[in-house]
Ligand binder design. Structure first.
Ligand code: DO4
Ligand code: MG
Length: 278
């Protein structure tokens, strides 16, 4: 089942039925057994028949931070090794790919996050910018994965490649994180065969497309969540982007008005247009 945040409130979609929920976002999502809780709500809730509820979608987030894992796929490691050759940072990426401890970094406060059909930004001081399509976990206060969304970890490869210590500037700026369109809550953990795909369009033409199964990820989702929760508490739960496998060729950089479409089986498609921040 899928939870949507909209300007009209919170909606739960299950099969072809839609229900409007009265509770606040944090209260709904931050619990163990979220799937069973929502199944129970459906039994007592009345179906929504009030028209176009999906029109004004907001990102599926209220008071959650967004964190991200990096270099969880071979393709990401190889791209970073290449981009940081002249800065001398290549070895860092080889080491972190093989290390027991994963790379985890702070990505965004909720206020800086955008949702489906909203604009994501590229930095004006960066000449090489890419989207990063990532399965994104919702993890509750107790550290248990309760749901999934589609994430875009917008990144400046020129800033990151200049010096690995610039990572926070390459990754964290206004509208650099997109999640949505919904929080998918599943009866079973997401399958390793799940496909993540991306299409980037410029003037309605596809300029880059690729896809990967989740099984190419080197680490398990529980392992990433476990490290995140080692010495951090999240009173409202947290989102964790799990790293990218899909890296456009080195001569590709995003331009304003490009449209990025990221799809993950069983969750949906997150579409964002590229812009500079005002
Ligand atoms: O180490 C740099 C960031 C890696 C990342 O964001 C990714 O692999 O997805
Ligand atoms: Mg990433």
């Amino acid at each position: 089942m899928k939870l949507f945040r909209t300007k009209k409130g919170i909606f739960l979609q299950h099969d072809s039925a839609v229900y409007q929920l009265e509770q606040q976002w944090d209260e709904i999502v931050n619990r163990d057994g979220l799937y069973n809780y929502l199944s129970g709500l459906i039994k007592i809730a009345t179906k929504f028949n009030g028209g176009d509820w999906q029109h004004d979608l907001l990102p599926p987030i209220a008071n959650q931070e967004v964190w991200a894992a990096g270099v969880t796929y071979l393709q990401s490691r190889d791209a970073r090794v290449e981009e940081s050759q002249t800065s001398g940072g290549s070895d860092l990426y080889n080491r972190v790919y093989d290390a027991e401890r994963p790379e985890l970094f702070f990505k965004s406060t909720p206020q800086r996050v955008v949702g489906h059909l909203q604009e994501v930004s590229i930095r004006k001081d960066s000449g090489w910018n890419v989207p990063e399509p990532e399965l994104t976990l919702f993890i509750n206060t107790d550290g248990n994965i309760q749901g999934y969304t589609v994430g875009n970890d917008m990144s400046s490869r020129s800033i990151e490649g200049e010096n690995a210590l610039y990572l926070p500037q390459a990754k964290t700026y206004d509208k650099s994180a997109a999640i949505g369109p919904c929080l998918a809550v599943m009866a079973e953990p997401i399958s390793n065969e799940t496909i993540i795909s991306i299409v980037i369009k410029r003037n309605q033409q596809t300029v880059y497309t690729d896809k990967t199964p989740l099984s190419r990820m080197k680490r398990s989702l529980e392992e990433l969540a476990g490290f995140l929760f080692r010495e951090l508490t999240f009173p409202n739960g947290v989102y964790l982007m799990t790293g990218t496998c899909l890296v456009p060729p080195n001569d590709f950089t995003l331009q304003p008005l490009d449209v990025v479409e990221i799809s993950i089986d069983g969750i949906g498609t997150l579409i964002n247009t590229i812009a500079y921040n005002k």
